[in-house]
Design a protein around this ligand. Sequence first.
Ligand SMILES: [Zn+2]
Length: 308
Amino acid sequence: MIAKVNVKIAVCLTALWYFSPSLAMAQPKLEDLADAPVLFLETARKFRQWDEPAEPAKLFGSVYFVGTKGLGSFLITGSEGHILIYTGMPGSGPMIEASIRKLGFKPEDVKIILTGHAHIDHVGGHAHLQKVSGAKIAMMREEQALFESGGKADFHYGHVKEFAFDLAKVDTVFRDEDEVKLGNISIQAILTPGHTKGSTTYVTKVVDNGKTYTVVFADGTGVNPGYRVTSNPSYQGIKDDFSRTFRVLDSLKPDIWLTPHNEVYGIDAKLTRSAKEGAAAWVDPDGYKKWVQLQRGKFEAALAKETR
Ligand SMILES: [Zn+2]
């Protein structure tokens, strides 16, 4: 009798699993993972395809995509060598190296490696790419300690070993509003802290077909699950930093914007359109404004929740 009942339950559960797509496909909501940083990392990694290879592509002017399906890495080519912004997860280094070659460029011609912030999903390939290219790693002064600690100095994830990445040294430190220069490339680095203490947004001009575009690589806005944004003993001033970042990002007027997470700026739709429309497909000042508003809204919601 007991065996019979168990079989019935087993059949019911199996049926549920097969016929309920919401159960079978269940993925935790990222915002529900405040107390589970490792599950948050693994969920984002899997469902946002951070480690999946992607075809490299020319985006516009001298800007090329060399990232993975989910994570942006961008190559800006120039007269005296190239600048690489973001290097994805640990393990993505060789993939980015191969993508640079596939586009007809040499990794050894990469002279400077940048990031918008030093989290595992954006500096994971730094050590590898520095080794194969001989490039200098350049970084905002406020982000250096986090990067050189391999993630251990992070105000939120420092104690979680799954967030650690390969150690490397910073060769050149820059400050808020400094210009990073290489041949005919000039990129302004703007401090946009909050997500980390030294998050950095880059602004540059890119020429395509005789037209000049202002391009922003935006960073620093993300309030991750579990971040405390009102008063945070491990990040004094986090609230003011986020507020400052939204003011700064509001003041920028990009024609084209990119972020290290591909789904945010909509790489697929823009790439498809650019086959016909060229650089015009990337021009999206309204998309940028909406995204800044959306991120500000999430920050304000987090503030309201904590002060309730
Ligand atoms: Zn991050």
